[in-house]
Design a protein around this ligand. Structure first.
Ligand SMILES: NC(=O)c1ccc[n+]([C@@H]2O[C@H](COP(=O)([O-])OP(=O)(O)OC[C@H]3O[C@@H](n4cnc5c(N)ncnc54)[C@H](O)[C@@H]3O)[C@@H](O)[C@H]2O)c1
Length: 252
């Protein structure tokens, strides 16, 4: 018996990194999984990995910054599996950093569109079905950068702070109707985004690792497991929190 037997979990940003780990772990724990990403071939790969491990997955192409695309993603999930119990809204981008006075308007806007508006649009289209079926759980991926600032990534930091505000608003709006909403705030985890950022340099990884009191960066599964816990009945009394999963990064 899996912990999520009979449940349907939707994960955005599931072509890679934390989202792929989350999708695979939900499937391993018995959920049917909607693997949603703007990167279709990566989403297909994640779905194939799940199928090869004996799970059931549906790959869906989505741009979370686009309302019609998000609605189509949720419709596809319902058409295939008939319900939606868990949503892990996790898609994100990092992109080239710049200080505010040098940040291109379009770079600012895309960061906000994908990571803040994207989470808004996902919840807007997911939560009505959860209410209708009598309950559900949402886990949004914020960041350590949702709790503290760092220079050169103001679009990212602002969007991730915003995700915590959205999470709190949604938690209060919907807990009375059976939908539990929380966020995770990862420290640095090995993923495509982070590999590109560190550019394969062991020195860069050591520098980033040293920012985390635990002395290393995370494997994506270590972050995903926190999302699974928040989505599980073990977290039944946890509402509207932003849980750091960061090796101590935001503690000092
Ligand atoms: N890895 C870290 O260190 C870290 C730390 C804190 C927060 N996060 C957050 O975790 C989440 C997952 O990131 P990751 O580190 O696994 O990176 P990743 O690059 O491996 O995965 C991000 C995924 O999001 C997808 N995506 C990007 N834009 C999209 C869009 N518009 N619509 C749908 N999908 C889109 C990408 O194609 C990719 O598959 C992100 O929200 C990121 O900001 C990551």
């Amino acid at each position: 018996m899996g912990e999520f037997d009979g449940k349907v979990a939707l994960v955005t940003g599931a072509a890679s990194g934390i989202g792929r780990a989350s999708a695979r772990l939900f499937a391993e724990a018995g959920a049917k999984v909607v693997v949603a990403d703007i990167d279709r071939s990566g989403a297909d790969e994640t779905a194939a990995l799940i199928a090869a491990a004996g799970g059931e997955a549906l790959a869906v192409t989505v741009d979370v910054a686009d309302g019609a695309s998000v609605k189509a993603m949720v419709d596809a999930a319902l058409e295939r599996f008939g319900r939606l119990d868990i949503a892990h809204n996790n898609a994100g981008i990092m992109g080239a950093g710049a200080d505010i006075i040098d940040m291109d308007d379009a770079v600012w806007q895309r960061g906000i569109d994908v990571m803040l508006t994207g989470v808004f649009l996902c919840m807007k289209h997911e939560i009505p079905h959860m209410i209708e079926q009598g309950g559900g759980v949402v886990v949004n991926t914020s960041s350590g950068a949702g709790l503290i600032g760092f220079p050169g990534q103001a679009n990212y930091v602002a969007a991730k702070h915003g995700v915590i505000g959205l999470t709190k608003s949604a938690a209060l709006e919907y807990i009375g109707r059976g939908v539990r909403v929380n966020a995770i705030c990862p420290g640095t985890a090995r993923s495509r985004m982070v590999d590109e950022w560190m550019d394969g340099s062991a020195e860069a990884e050591a520098e980033v690792a040293a920012l985390h009191p635990i002395g290393r960066i995370a494997e994506p599964e270590e972050i995903a497991r926190a999302a699974l816990w928040l989505a599980s009945d073990a977290a039944s009394f946890v509402v509207g929190t932003a849980l750091p999963v960061d090796g101590g990064y935001t503690v000092p």
